[in-house]
Design a protein around this ligand. Structure first.
Ligand code: ZN
Length: 118
């Protein structure tokens, strides 16, 4: 899987925002409700549910029947600029993931305690 060009990964990672790094480090988005649209048609109406990630601004959508049943799976259709890795990068390595976690942690408020003292 990691037979691509690591320089492409480094290049992409260098451009990521703290929010994009957070999502990449956690390997998931913090999806939040965004909009709900009712599509009305003579053939039948349905809901379009849209959620956005407040950290990296990716967007996903899903269709739901008027009775509340899912009609589709979630589909992420928008990623923020530079979020996706370029083709041929080979994906993130474990070393890349460790770097992302350290960057994410460094962006938070850190409290230091000495576990040797009472
Ligand atoms: Zn995200």
């Amino acid at each position: 899987m990691n037979e691509g060009d690591p320089a492409l990964v480094d290049q992409a990672m260098a451009g990521w925002t703290p929010g994009q790094i957070k999502c990449r480090a956690n390997q998931r988005h913090s999806w939040k409700s965004h909009t709900v649209t009712v599509h009305q048609s003579r053939g039948g109406s349905h809901y379009e549910i849209i959620e956005r990630c407040p950290d990296c601004f990716s967007r996903r959508w899903r269709l739901m029947s008027m009775a509340g049943y899912w009609l589709t799976k979630w589909k992420t259709d928008r990623y923020s600029e530079g979020y996706l890795l370029p083709k041929g990068s080979g994906g993130l390595s474990e070393v890349n993931r460790a770097d992302l976690r350290l960057s994410d942690v460094a962006s938070r408020r850190i409290r230091y305690v000495n576990d040797d003292e009472e």
